[in-house]
Design a protein around this ligand. Structure first.
Ligand code: F6P
Length: 349
């Protein structure tokens, strides 16, 4: 059996741990494994390399992806052209019996389209945003949350020393999981999510009350959070990307509006790609390894068109078709929101 593997979309801590697990598990059963370079782009540009156990030795804790990735390559719409035929031709040229695709929502949609063309695929859910449906966690999320928590710990000392309002802006696009868990872990006083619009007046009133009681305030805001009546804060548009909008700057936007309304100084920090870089947490290394091993088992069993998923404590799988094009925002009655609210955290309005 000959199995290809690729990483698509943005990088994320734990990608190499999955590549390692898939390679070790499949080679251990006599299969050949080939790494496709730079995501689906490698299928079009014909860039790949064999993966043996020696190639994945020591990469468990390495950030990024040894195969490279591409966040704007959809072979079905490549610069306005359908190059899926070229990609399929290369898969046949390599003699691939299956392709393991590690990625997020956009990558799973493309994987599903290849499955329909006759290339058997197995998906592994990756995104720091944790917003893929059907799995309780994606790997990379825990590592991003750890970065946010540490950032909040660090800015808290400045908040206390100067009596300031400190704002930390997280990634997460249209889902607030990173801001919610990171904010809770870092002891944020207010957590602002895309799912719960806020008003500047309410945040100012909350910070003023804290000026009187505590003297400082920590705010954790997701890049996709919006004040009532405002649109998303769009930083740039990436042509050719499955989701062309890049968000960023809502923390600075909030800072400018809060400052004239408060006695304290306000500062904001945008964490950006620091949340996606570096070594995965121990949790993500274990989850990525479990996902990788399970993906290899699905390949061996011939269970194609499926994505591995964490369901409670167990790893299962779901049909890629059932999740492609869908997202998983924080539900309004989520237990984390209840715990945050119950411990005095301001959430949106
Ligand atoms: O989906 C993962 C993510 O990191 C989002 O949280 C963020 O909005 C986006 O990707 C950034 O993408 P890029 O690396 O292309 O700027």
């Amino acid at each position: 059996m000959h199995v290809g593997i690729l990483t698509g979309g943005g990088d994320c801590p734990g990608l190499n741990a999955v590549i390692r697990a898939v390679t070790l598990a499949l080679v251990g059963h006599g299969a050949r494994v080939t790494g496709i370079e730079r995501g689906f782009h490698g299928l079009i540009s014909r860039h790949s390399r064999p993966l043996a156990p020696a190639d994945v030795n020591g990469i468990l804790a390495q950030g990024g992806t040894i195969l490279g990735t591409h966040n704007a390559c959809d072979p079905f719409h490549s610069d306005g052209t359908d190059r899926s035929g070229d990609a399929m031709a290369y898969a046949h040229h390599l003699g691939l019996d299956a392709l393991v695709v590690i990625g997020g929502d956009g990558t799973m949609q493309i994987a599903h389209a290849f499955q329909r063309l006759g290339l058997p695929v197995v998906g592994v859910p990756k995104t720091i945003d944790n917003d893929l449906p059907g799995t309780d966690r994606t790997f990379g999320f825990d590592s991003a949350v750890a970065v946010v928590a540490e950032a909040l710990d660090r800015v808290a000392t400045t908040a206390r020393s100067h009596g300031r309002v400190m704002i930390v802006e997280t990634m997460g696009r249209y889902a607030g999981w990173i801001a919610l868990e990171g904010g809770m872990a870092g002891g944020a006083d207010a957590i602002l999510l895309p799912e719960l619009p806020f008003t500047v007046d309410a945040v100012a009133a909350f910070a003023r009350a804290r000026e009187a009681d505590h003297g400082w305030t920590l705010i954790c805001i997701a890049e996709g959070a919006r004040a009532d009546g405002e649109g998303l804060t769009v930083r740039e548009r990436i042509a050719g990307s499955p989701d062309p909008l890049r968000l960023g700057g809502v923390g600075a936007w909030l800072q400018q509006r809060l400052e004239p309304m408060l006695k304290s100084e306000v500062r904001s920090t945008l964490l950006g790609h620091t949340q996606r870089g570096g070594t995965p947490t121990a949790f993500d290394r274990v989850l990525a390894t479990r996902f990788g091993w399970h993906a290899a088992e699905l390949v061996r069993a011939g269970s194609f068109g499926r994505m591995v998923a964490l369901q409670g404590d167990a790893i299962g799988s779901i049909a890629i078709e059932s999740i492609a094009g869908r997202s998983r925002p924080v539900p309004p009655d989520h237990p984390l929101l209840q715990a945050a609210r119950g411990t005095g955290v301001m959430l949106g309005r």
